[in-house]
Write a protein that binds this ligand. Sequence first.
Ligand code: GLY
Ligand code: MN
Ligand code: MN
Length: 439
Amino acid sequence: MASMIPMKEFADRRRKLMDRMAPDSIAILPAAPERVRNRDVLHPFRQDSDFQYLTGFGEPEAVLVLIPGREHGETVLFCKERNPEKELWDGFLVGPEGAIERYGLDDAFPIGDIDDILPGMIEGRSRVYYPLGKDPVFDNRVMDWVKVIRSKVRAGAHPPGELVALEHLLHDMRLYKSAAEVKVMARAGKISAEAHCRAMKRARKGGYEYNLEAELIHTFMEHGARSTAYPSIVGGGANGCILHYIENSAPLKEGDLVLIDAGCELDCYASDITRTFPVSGKFSPEQKALYNVVLDAQYAAIDAVRRGNHWNHPHEAALNVLTQGLIDLGLLSGSLDDAIASEAYKPFFMHRTGHWLGLDVHDVGDYKVGDAWRQLEPGMALTVEPGLYIAPDNENVEEKWRGIGIRIEDDVVVTKDGCRVLTDAVPKTVADIEALMAD
Ligand code: GLY
Ligand code: MN
Ligand code: MN
């Protein structure tokens, strides 16, 4: 399926990457491999995010090669050849000619010819960029191509002197989302928000966690988002305190909260939303008190997402509100400063307030530059997801608090004058959630 990102943007990205590469260098990037699930059944294919970013080409068994300054074309794709018999079983293949016509590559060859052609392209280039150390099989293939050139030095061949990780250049580019990328991410956020609304409306005691997971998948699929961005988390009651709970098989109980952390993937872009709501449609006083602390922390963190602030500002803002809330409710004692300095909040809030978001749910990009937190700049996309988790066996707190797990998560993009929340179509105040569930 064609990408929602215009083809010209992929060409611009390749150009930009080549402009950042050292003179006399070459970049080699493989597509994701297909993975066997069992015997003849494969896992659904998901393109490698870096490969997707530079090509939009959705097939396995392909290799992109960027050769700045090459006379016969700087961007080259090796891919599967068209094959009517194979296509009858497995569907349409683009083929090398199609890669040039439809994907805007300068040159393309059958993947079966790569061992004959690629060493000649590497020869004379002093530096090779590739995903160094990511896949031992591909590491070995690169070494094999280099060895072919080394075997010919006495005939005057020039093997490359440096093998360098491609990620440093590419992942910094991926951190800044274009208008077209934000548009896809906003659409993914909207679909996921609708899915959360549907799950909230259909929650009932006696149902199972997987019933709500089914509601999420229904809405994702209905809108053409054929995959989740990560396994959905649907945790009723104390299961909401297990951060990566994906069993999703327990019954939902009257009086419990249910925490849903789920987002669809659309055109390879992730969305990532968490909402926590009462199975019965009504929060208990304790649930409401803790919920409002998390919500205030999330508002404070979102408010801190603006240019001029650094990566850790939203986390610090959330941490202050969460810790003060725990003190006010009697779950922690002492002063705010002491509780933060001693990390007394850690048993209740043990994760970060967010992560970069993009083609990967935990997207690429450095969080620090040297020793300093990275400054937030327009186009950076991130999640804001504070939480409080009162372990069911925490004997340091009154029993009424135990087993309550709450997280509230939205996706935001830094703009010129603040940030844009991409996932605000799903309610998050106590009043709005209760109203939606009563509807
Ligand atoms: N769902 C993964 C995360 O929130 O980071
Ligand atoms: Mn997240
Ligand atoms: Mn999440």
